[in-house]
Design a protein around this ligand. Structure first.
Ligand SMILES: [Mg+2]
Ligand SMILES: [Zn+2]
Length: 164
């Protein structure tokens, strides 16, 4: 069965000063293209799972979320790697939906859409809620970037690949 890397987007793949929604502000974080390429080479689908409560809060629109994703793909093109799918929760925390991380609905949906085995898959994110989602969903491994020893995405990927 196929496996996936379920990836947080903001402050994991791209820099986020807070509720990023302007495509022209998108910047790849260090080690991201290299890390994504390595994951892809090892047979991981690259699937973004993102909390976007800025939509529910009325700070920006769903189309802004997709514009940022489009810019991310554009920035990855020279490296010959692309994200395979984007899933997001538009709700505010107090809406108590089932898709906001650390809840696992989006992982389950993505796994079904792509025919992916969750227990063979991994999570990389910058927050405890990313890691918690991974454990709750039953992923093989969930690691947090932005803190030692995984201070950049490539290091997190290298760790993931050394232990899967
Ligand atoms: Mg994040
Ligand atoms: Zn939601």
């Amino acid at each position: 069965m196929k496996r996936a890397a379920f990836l947080d987007r903001d402050n994991t793949l791209i820099y986020d000063p807070g509720y990023i929604h302007e495509p022209e502000k998108v910047e790849l974080l260090e080690g991201v293209p290299e890390g994504l390429k390595l994951l892809k080479e090892k047979g991981f689908l690259l699937i973004v799972i993102s909390n976007q409560s800025g939509i529910g809060r009325g700070y920006f629109k769903e189309e802004d979320f997709w514009a940022v994703n489009g810019r991310l793909q554009e920035l990855l093109k020279p490296y010959d790697v692309q994200i395979d799918g984007f899933y997001f929760c538009p709700h505010k925390p107090n809406e108590k939906c089932n898709c906001r991380k650390p809840k696992t609905l989006l992982v389950e949906k993505a796994a079904k859409d792509f025919g992916v085995s969750v227990s063979e898959s991994v999570v990389i994110g910058d927050k405890d809620s990313d890691v918690e989602m991974g454990f709750r969903a039953g992923c093989r491994l969930a690691v947090k970037v932005g803190a030692p020893p995984f201070d950049n995405f490539l290091k997190a990927v290298e760790f993931v690949l050394s232990s899967t």
